[in-house]
Every structure is written in C-alpha cells, then in structure tokens.
Design a protein around this ligand. Structure first.
Ligand SMILES: *[C@@H]1O[C@H](CO)[C@@H](O)[C@H](O)[C@H]1NC(C)=O
Ligand SMILES: *[C@@H]1O[C@H](CO)[C@@H](O)[C@H](O)[C@H]1NC(C)=O
Ligand SMILES: *[C@@H]1O[C@H](CO)[C@@H](O)[C@H](O)[C@H]1NC(C)=O
Ligand SMILES: *[C@@H]1O[C@H](CO)[C@@H](O)[C@H](O)[C@H]1NC(C)=O
Ligand SMILES: *[C@@H]1O[C@H](CO)[C@@H](O)[C@H](O)[C@H]1NC(C)=O
Ligand SMILES: *[C@@H]1O[C@H](CO)[C@@H](O)[C@H](O)[C@H]1NC(C)=O
Ligand SMILES: *[C@@H]1O[C@H](CO)[C@@H](O)[C@H](O)[C@H]1NC(C)=O
Ligand SMILES: *[C@@H]1O[C@H](CO)[C@@H](O)[C@H](O)[C@H]1NC(C)=O
Length: 620
C-alpha cells in the first residue's frame, strides 16, 4: 500500500512539470507466431487442435514506473500506445505498407524519470475493436526495465516465447527546444530585443558575441569605452552621456565660451596660468606682457577687461591715447573741462568737439503746415496729419492700405481718401451694399423690385396703374369703343368701364339692338311690327295714327290695312332719323301697301330717297 501511494505522489509531481516535453518512441521490427496460438496455447481462430486462420496481430506498449512485478493489466502511468492490426502470424516491418503503422509513440509532458518499465504486448484482435483488457487474447508479452537519458540512441530488444518472438527498438528524445536528462530545460535560440543567444546541447543559453546578462540582453560596449560616462545599445559601440565626449567618452565638455580653461567635470572652466574670468579670457599678466598704456599711463590688472590704464592729467582713452583740452580740442567756442572729459558747447553747436553746427528753426522749412521743434542736434519738423518725410514734404498715401472695398477706386487726399464706389455700393469705404429699392416709392400699392444685375429698382404696379412709380391711373375707357353713339364712363368703384347705351341698344358695348317693339303698345287691336330702325303699328280697320289711337271715317273702308303714322325715331350710328314731315304726310292718309312695306320700310318718300339705295341693295 505504501509503495502505491508513494508512486502516485511521484507521478503527480512529475505531471505538474508541464513545461517538459519529449517522446518515447518504439519501432516494431518483426513478430513471429509460428503456430498461430495465443500465450494460453489456444488458437486465435478455430479449435484447439487446428487453427483455422492466422491471428489478427496488433501490439500495445505500456510505459510505467520501474517495477519488477508487472500485473496482468498494468496501469500505464507514463503513457501507452497501440498499433492497428499489423498482420497475421508473421509481421516484418519491411513488408508493412506504412512505416508509421509499426511505430508507437508515447508523448510525455513531465520531467522524464530516466528509470522505467516498458510492457509490450502482442495481442490478437478478437473483437475487431483492438480491446486491450482481455488478458486471454495475449499472444506474447515483452517487459523491459531500463534507465535511459534523452536524447538516446535506439535500444533493441528481442523477446521469445513458445514458438513466438518479437523484435523491436525504442528510444527517448526531447521535443525541439527542450533539453536535459528530463527534457525539462526549455531553451529557444533568439536574436531580438528579448535576448541574443543560441542553446547548447544541455539547453544552456550561449550569448551571441557582444551580448551578456542572464538573457543575453545587455549589449557589451567597446572595450575602451569609459563605462562611467558612456553606454551602448548595440555591441562594441560607445555613446557618451551628456557632458562627455571622445571615442572612449573620457573627456569632459567645458563650459561653452571657455577660452583658456579646462575641466575635470562637465561644464567647468578652470583657468590655466594667469588667465581669469568666467570664460578664462582675461589675462592677469596683460600689463606685463603688452604694456598697453600710452603717454606714461599706468597699467593695472582688471579682472573684467584684461587691463585698465590710469592716465596722467590731460590724457584719456582706454590706452590714454586721447588728449583732453589741447588747443582747439573744443571748437566754436566750446569750453573744455578736464573733470567731465569733454566739451561744453555753445547753444548753436554740438558734437564731441562742438564741431557741428545746429540748424535753427529759422533755417528749417517745414512744409505743408508742419511746425519746427528744436532738438539736441538741430531741428525737427512736427508734421500735420497726412504728411511725412523730411520737412513734411510727402503726402501720406492713405490709399496704400486699399481701404475701398468691392472694387471701389481710392483717391488719395490730404490726411484721408475718397472712395469712388461701383454701382450698388456705398459708404465711405464702399462697404455698404445698397438696396436698389431704397428711396424708391411706388404709388398706388405698387411694389419695388430690385434688379441684382444693374442695382436698379423698378416699380411693379398694381392693376390699373402705370408709370415709373405707378403714379399714372390708367383710364379704363382709353381702349374701349362704345358703339351706336354710346359714351364710355369709368366705374368709380373698380377699374372697369361702362358704355351708357341710348334707348334701343344694350350689351357691354351697346352693340346689341333692342326690339323696337319691345316697349310699344299698339292700341285698338293694332299689331306692332319691328323694322331695322323703327316700328310700325298695323292698325285694325277704322283705326289709325301712330299707335292706332285715331278713329277713321267709314268712307275709308277700302283700306284694309293702315300703317301707323308715327315713325319712331331710332338711333343708328349716331345719326338720328327724325323727320316730322314724314309723320305729317302719313297722317294725311297716305296709302300703305305690302310692297311699300317690304321695300321702303318707312312710308315717307323723302326718307326713302335718303336711304333707298341702301335698302335696294339689301333686297337684291
Ligand atoms: C492509455 O492511455 C489512455 C489515455 O491516453 C488512458 O485513458 C488509458 O487509461 C491508458 N490505459 C492504461 C491501461 O493505462
Ligand atoms: C473490456 O472493456 C470493455 C469496455 O471498455 C468492456 O465492455 C468489457 O467488458 C471489458 N472486458 C473485460 C474482460 O474486462
Ligand atoms: C542578430 O541580429 C543582428 C541584427 O538584427 C544581426 O546583425 C546579426 O547578424 C544577428 N546574429 C545572428 C547570429 O543571427
Ligand atoms: C573614466 O574616466 C575618468 C575620467 O574622466 C577616469 O577617472 C576613470 O578612471 C575612467 N574609468 C575607466 C573605467 O576608464
Ligand atoms: C584679453 O586679451 C586676450 C589676448 O591676450 C584676448 O584674447 C582676450 O579676448 C582679451 N579679453 C577681453 C575680455 O578683452
Ligand atoms: C565758457 O567759459 C566762459 C568763461 O568761464 C563762459 O563765459 C562761457 O559762457 C562758457 N561757454 C559755454 C558754452 O559754456
Ligand atoms: C506736434 O503738433 C501737435 C499739434 O499739431 C501737438 O499736439 C504735438 O504735441 C506736437 N508734437 C511735439 C513733439 O511738439
Ligand atoms: C392698397 O392695398 C391695401 C391692402 O392690400 C388696400 O387696403 C388699399 O385700398 C390699397 N390701396 C390702393 C390705392 O389700391
């Protein structure tokens, strides 16, 4: 019991090392089973005396911890594998179609333990399922207990039984990138930012030239590189830290501007010899070396500017080279002063020696209204606005800044400009876009319409009005011709017209003639007959007159029909046919015939001569 538990624990601890990886390989070389029987002596197929058929031979391999007592059905804790049916009673690897058929591989992912037991069973496939748990189907068992370290060469094994044998080889190798006795060392050669190394046969990292460190990640700098002040990212190089220079980065960089100095640390400027100053550019021994002061001046070291000359009275300058207050040192009446070293000039002069004469305002002509102002060295013109230059001569061109917008043309003036705007624009700078309708009044409810093409506005008039500003009232009668002498009047309410028709006419233009009989009553049974221009009452016998109102005498009985005497004046084309004479004649008892009626319309001769020709033509 104890042994089993211990083994189990070892097994678990081995399995946990999942980063190990390798393969136990086994290759079957030959199997021989002379009489086709199983290990228990029975035929694989058939009765016990005659084996009817060959065995259906396959092989299982079982890998387990080292043991001397292998049970019938061992537990393959290191792994197991099995072939398909390889053949009958004789199997030779050369005759197998597929070499892999006869090769068994047991892959492991734990640290290979080196010591192991291998159980190889040659079995008969009794049930076509390659069952492995029926111990009666065993033909031959081969057991090997061995100690092997990967990568191993091929070990070979031959096991024989009663007229049976199996010959095979086996070995243990690690997967790619796994090394060591247990295939537990992982190492993959690489050459990138995570490392620069190859692996040796034990899986140990060997750094590529120029790299070091546990993962060979650190570049080795050039061997003469001063590693206190240099570094490298690539092997055999030497880059300097700030403040250092040189191939080996062993030279400090001096303070910029340092002339006669050196450094121990970056940015120092340590002066050599007699030099001093921040930049070591001042020579404390200058006086001694160069004796720069003239005219018996005394040279003193000066840590600001190499030297200072102390001049004897009457001289000045850095080298005591200038003479003060010599004759004519100050000109034009200037007074020389030793104490202030210079000239006091009279009012009209200036300059170190009062040699320049000042201009006065009397002599200065400031133009264009400029005023003159006296200055230290002369005069100056204070120009009026809009002018500039010497003596205010120049007019400032205010158009320079192109102040006129939208294509307006600028005209320069004095202290100003005028913009000549294009149509449609206004304002001092032509920057106001004009409304073409601004200032345009359209009368009578007319509306102004703006034209964008020429910036003009025009009036759109309401009906009945016209004119530029709709100020003209259109007379509705202008184009109207009232007929038959009617005259046109406008209707005050709207824009319409009305023809006032004379009696006997109607219609919009009075063009329709009314029936002359329409409003006529012929008395005493008379009948009204209409004609073009008039009507006639046709009276009953015994009656006469225009409207059959007169009673006739019995002597006139022969007259059956008597036209009315009255001819009603009608209007035609503005001509009034009114003739009193006609009426009288008719009244005198003139006979009226049918023919007359047809031809002459009126009964008067006079009238007929007037209009007869017209009538005749009509009848023809
Ligand atoms: C053979 O290996 C399989 C898994 O690969 C496992 O399930 C089976 O139990 C093993 N057989 C024996 C007898 O250990
Ligand atoms: C062998 O295993 C199978 C299933 O895996 C089972 O059906 C059969 O009974 C077992 N045979 C023996 C003899 O244990
Ligand atoms: C490693 O990489 C560098 C640059 O990528 C290359 O120059 C060098 O030859 C490589 N070394 C090896 C051994 O592959
Ligand atoms: C680096 O240079 C400094 C001087 O700048 C020197 O003192 C030091 O010894 C050098 N170190 C090496 C490793 O060369
Ligand atoms: C001091 O004199 C040296 C020449 O001796 C010159 O190079 C340097 O610029 C001088 N320094 C100053 C501050 O003028
Ligand atoms: C120069 O000195 C004289 C006498 O001291 C004095 O009268 C005169 O005004 C001075 N001139 C100027 C320009 O100061
Ligand atoms: C220049 O003239 C203007 C008036 O024209 C005045 O206000 C201004 O103070 C003058 N400038 C000087 C410097 O006198
Ligand atoms: C103008 O129009 C208004 C309303 O649209 C109307 O009341 C008014 O009478 C009109 N005036 C004229 C002169 O047509």
């Amino acid at each position: 019991m104890d042994g089993v538990i211990t083994t189990g624990l070892i097994y678990i601890s081995l399995i946990i090392q999942v980063f190990s990886s390798g393969i136990f390989e086994m290759a079957i070389l030959s199997i021989y089973n002379g009489n086709g029987r199983r290990s228990d002596g029975h035929c694989c197929v058939g009765s016990n005396e005659y084996c009817n058929d060959q065995c259906r031979t396959f092989v299982t391999a079982c890998l387990l911890q080292h043991t001397t007592k292998v049970p019938e059905l061992p537990e393959c804790i290191f792994g197991n594998s099995s072939t398909a049916v390889l053949g009958g009673n004789v199997v030779l690897s050369q005759t197998l179609n597929d070499f892999e058929l006869s090769t068994l591989m047991i892959r492991f992912q734990f640290s290979w333990p080196a010591v192991f037991t291998l159980v190889v069973d040659v079995r008969h496939d009794n049930d076509n399922h390659l069952s492995q748990n029926d111990s009666s189907q065993l033909i031959l068992r081969s057991i090997v207990s061995e100690t092997i370290y990967p990568p191993s060469f091929w070990y070979s094994q031959t096991t024989t039984g009663e007229d049976k044998s199996i010959q095979y080889t086996y070995r243990v190798i690690c997967d790619d990138n796994y090394y060591g006795a247990g295939c537990e060392v992982f190492c993959r050669s690489r050459n990138d930012s995570f490392g620069h190394y190859v692996c040796d046969q034990d899986g140990t990292k060997l750094c590529l030239p120029g790299w070091e460190g546990e993962f060979c990640q650190t570049a080795m700098c050039w061997d003469r590189c001063n590693m206190s002040h240099g570094f490298c990212y690539e092997p055999f190089q030497c880059s300097c830290l700030i403040g250092w220079e040189g191939e080996s980065c062993d030279q400090c960089i001096r303070k910029p501007g340092c002339i006669n100095g050196y450094c121990h640390e970056p940015w120092q400027c340590i002066c050599k010899g007699d030099w001093t100053g921040n930049d070591c550019n001042i020579d404390l021994n200058y006086c001694h070396k160069y004796d720069p002061c003239e005219r018996s001046g005394t040279c003193l070291p000066d840590n600001q500017k190499n030297f200072t000359c102390e001049c004897v009275v009457g001289y000045t300058g850095a080298f005591c080279e200038s003479v003060i207050c010599e004759d004519r040192y100050c000109q034009n009446g200037g007074n020389c002063s030793i104490s202030s070293i210079g000239c006091e000039c009279p009012e009209k002069y200036y300059g170190p020696h009062c040699e320049f004469r000042k201009l006065t305002c009397d002599e200065t002509d400031c133009m264009n209204g400029g005023s003159c102002i006296p200055t230290q060295t002369g005069t100056m013109c204070n120009c009026t606005k809009g002018f500039t230059g010497e003596n205010c001569k120049s007019d400032i061109d205010e158009c320079n800044s192109s102040p006129c917008k939208y294509g307006g043309i600028c005209k320069d003036g004095v202290d100003g400009y005028i913009c000549d705007c294009r149509d449609g624009y206004t304002g001092n700078n032509c920057d106001i876009i004009m409304d073409p309708c601004m200032g345009i009044t359209c009368f009578h409810n007319g509306t102004c319409v703006a034209s964008s093409s020429d910036f003009s506005g025009s009036c759109l008039c309401s009906q009945g009005y016209t004119g530029h500003r709709c100020e003209i009232v259109i007379n509705p009668c202008t184009d109207v011709e009232c007929q038959n002498g009617a005259h046109c009047t406008s209707i005050s309410s709207g824009f319409g017209f009305q023809c006032i028709c004379p009696a006997g006419y109607n219609g919009v233009y009075c063009e329709i003639r009314s029936d002359p009989c329409q409003y006529i009553t012929c008395a005493n049974g008379g009948t009204c007959k209409s004609y073009t221009n008039h009507y006639i009452c046709i009276c009953d016998p015994h009656y006469g007159g225009k409207h059959c109102t007169s009673v006739l005498m019995p002597a006139d009985e022969t007259v059956s029909e008597r036209p009315g005497n009255d001819i009603i004046p009608v209007v035609k084309n503005g001509y009034t046919e009114e003739d009193d004479d006609d009426t009288e004649e008719d009244d005198e008892g003139r006979q009226y015939t049918e023919e007359d009626d047809m031809l002459n319309v009126g009964s008067t001769r006079k009238k007929m001569t007037n209009v007869g020709s017209t009538r005749k033509k009509m009848t023809c």
